[in-house]
Design a protein around this ligand. Structure first.
Ligand SMILES: *[C@@H]1O[C@H](CO)[C@@H](O)[C@H](O)[C@H]1NC(C)=O
Ligand SMILES: *[C@@H]1O[C@H](CO)[C@@H](O)[C@H](O)[C@H]1NC(C)=O
Ligand SMILES: *[C@@H]1O[C@H](CO)[C@@H](O)[C@H](O)[C@H]1NC(C)=O
Ligand SMILES: *[C@@H]1O[C@H](CO)[C@@H](O)[C@H](O)[C@H]1NC(C)=O
Ligand SMILES: *[C@@H]1O[C@H](CO)[C@@H](O)[C@H](O)[C@H]1NC(C)=O
Ligand SMILES: *[C@@H]1O[C@H](CO)[C@@H](O)[C@H](O)[C@H]1NC(C)=O
Ligand SMILES: *[C@@H]1O[C@H](CO)[C@@H](O)[C@H](O)[C@H]1NC(C)=O
Ligand SMILES: *[C@@H]1O[C@H](CO)[C@@H](O)[C@H](O)[C@H]1NC(C)=O
Ligand SMILES: *[C@@H]1O[C@H](CO)[C@@H](O)[C@H](O)[C@H]1NC(C)=O
Ligand SMILES: *[C@@H]1O[C@H](CO)[C@@H](O)[C@H](O)[C@H]1NC(C)=O
Length: 463
């Protein structure tokens, strides 16, 4: 769901990033929490944002605040080396605690501890992408999935179901799309609306259970998550990077969903989170079985957005000199320990998720994944909700671009497009409004109700 925060340090203009004037925030400024849109758990703004994710999951069984705040004490601002040792042993202990519980006696305790352990396992490997052959990227992820699957088996009124959808791509061959289906009610015959959640550049579908699915399951509708090429599980276990034709990852999932007896096939909406805000409309443009799309947040072109911060390096990229671009990117930035973590991480994660070691190849391929007028035309007459966090300087004005395109690049765009900015003063101004899920899902639910013909949500205190 997320990517680097520190590309845009407070007070630094984006174009200053690679100039002499740019200084590392951690060293040059005294950390003052009152300077930030949201309270930071680290003096390093990238690590602070990284920690906001597991912290936010606490609202729906994904962590406990005390545990997370304790872990945060072990993380040295600016040091990625301190992250794995802070999270991994903690995850091991919580997982052991979960294992020690007899789930017949205390199913809630078992479920919650497994969920927490899974979150801490996932967080522990966040920065390890710097070395693509680090075996922990895969082995610890497997531990995270194992713990998560034990947790969802204990959900009620119905256990979460994992599934694998299949697709074939002419250049990458057959591949799998892992997903989860969470039922909005115990019944197998009541046909309910379904929200499909597509994550982004680095977030996992397991995060999305706590961030997005929890909100809609409480309202009594089904939730589905999936990970396509480039996303955490496919890149780790199948080595397939992001592709432009992202609908090919969605369609087999919709095939599975529409076959079920507990889905109202006229009410399926796709939500794209973070870079999913780009992937979701692309996928929806060729998937007519969706009745709407939510972009959280609006993001038309990530390459363009990152390009703003590359300064002279963007000119080098445009000149087409791959060799020199790669050398500069590696020396100045990606492998330069003097750069803030976030500025290295966003590129390291990019290389990893596009299955390449060439920055030039990564940035070229990233440019092929964007919302175009053709995509908008493909979405056509389906309603679109575009969100923006007021202080989301990661995606800048991309949500405004998205709004203008969905209004102007299709027939009846004004009536079909809803745009809402979520406010910093209300704690919802961060990228994807993370940590303010109640506010965003209140807005989404009002919109869903309207597009589904005044649909009435229920109140299922399912967990
Ligand atoms: C984000 O950008 C807004 C202007 O759009 C600015 O007022 C705000 O200070 C920026 N926030 C951060 C954290 O840089
Ligand atoms: C778990 O608790 C149930 C109910 O008390 C009991 O029947 C079962 O044997 C216990 N399982 C283990 C592994 O102790
Ligand atoms: C990357 O990880 C592999 C496997 O652990 C290790 O052999 C290699 O030395 C690491 N590379 C770097 C640059 O640290
Ligand atoms: C197949 O994958 C390649 C990337 O390897 C991508 O360029 C292409 O668009 C994909 N085609 C389909 C039909 O998915
Ligand atoms: C729904 O189907 C599942 C899987 O086939 C089954 O385990 C469950 O008991 C069914 N639920 C109801 C309420 O019939
Ligand atoms: C991903 O990269 C690895 C290592 O270069 C390669 O073996 C593998 O075939 C690549 N995957 C795809 C789908 O191209
Ligand atoms: C959907 O159901 C039909 C009929 O039972 C079956 O032939 C088809 O394989 C199913 N498709 C999927 C994707 O499960
Ligand atoms: C590494 O980053 C530092 C801090 O921005 C910068 O001063 C230095 O020139 C960079 N190293 C290289 C080789 O560009
Ligand atoms: C699409 O919308 C954008 C933003 O309003 C506008 O600048 C552009 O001309 C439109 N393009 C097409 C092909 O309609
Ligand atoms: C757009 O919505 C308004 C208000 O509901 C309605 O009056 C108008 O006819 C709609 N325009 C189109 C082109 O559907």
């Amino acid at each position: 769901m997320l990517f680097s925060k520190s590309l845009l340090p407070v007070g630094a203009s984006m174009l200053m990033l690679f100039s002499q004037a740019y200084t590392k925030q951690v060293e040059s400024e005294t950390y003052d929490p009152t300077d930030y849109p949201i309270f930071q758990l680290s003096a390093d703004s990238d690590q602070a944002f990284f920690l906001e994710i597991p912290l936010s999951l606490a609202e729906a069984e994904g962590s406990n605040t005390g545990e997370l705040l304790r872990i945060a004490t072990q993380i040295v601002p600016g040091s990625e080396e301190s992250v794995y040792p802070a999270f991994y042993p903690f995850a091991e202990k919580i997982n052991a605690l979960a294992e020690s519980i007899n789930a017949t006696v205390d199913p809630v305790g078992a479920r919650e501890n497994y969920f927490h352990a899974s979150t801490y396992y996932r967080s522990s490997v966040y920065y390890l992408v710097a070395n693509q052959s680090d075996p922990r990227l895969v082995s610890v992820w497997q531990q995270a999935i194992t713990a998560f699957n034990k947790a969802i088996a204990l959900l009620h009124p119905a256990p979460g179901e994992s599934f694998t959808a299949h697709q074939t791509n002419s250049s990458i061959g057959a591949y799998d799309i892992p997903g989860y289906f969470y039922k909005g009610s115990a019944s197998n015959t009541t046909q309910l609306p379904t929200l499909i959640v597509m994550t982004g550049y680095d977030g996992s579908q397991q995060d999305e259970f706590h961030l997005a699915c929890a909100e809609v399951l409480r309202r009594g509708i089904n939730c589905v998550t999936l990970e396509g090429p480039g996303q955490p599980t496919p890149i780790r276990f199948q080595k397939i990077g992001f592709i432009p034709d992202y609908w090919t990852a969605l369609t087999p999932v919709v095939d599975l969903i529409t076959n079920r007896t507990d889905v109202d096939t006229s009410k399926i909406v796709l939500l794209g989170d973070s870079f999913g805000g780009t992937l979701a409309p692309i996928a929806a443009s060729r998937e007519p079985r969706l009745s709407g799309v939510i972009m959280l947040d609006g993001l038309v072109n990530l390459q363009q957005q990152i390009g703003l911060s590359l300064g002279k390096l963007e000119d080098l990229f445009k000149s087409g000199n791959a060799k020199e671009f790669n050398a500069e990117m590696e020396d100045v930035l990606i492998n330069n320990q003097s750069q803030p973590i976030g500025d290295r991480y966003i590129f390291q994660q990019g290389l990893y998720t596009f299955n390449t070691t060439s920055p030039f190849e990564w940035f070229t391929q990233l440019g092929d994944i964007k919302v175009t007028p053709e995509v908008v035309e493909g979405v056509g007459d389906r309603p679109v909700f575009i969100a923006r966090g007021q202080d989301d300087n990661l995606t800048g004005v991309q949500a405004v671009y998205a709004r203008d395109m969905f209004i102007n690049n299709r027939t009846n765009g004004v009536n079909l497009t809803t745009y809402q900015e979520f406010l910093t003063d209300l704690g919802a101004g961060e990228h994807t409004s993370i940590g303010a899920e109640t506010q965003i899902f209140t807005a989404f639910s009002a919109w869903l109700s309207k597009i589904w013909g005044d649909y009435l949500f229920t109140d299922e205190q399912s967990y």
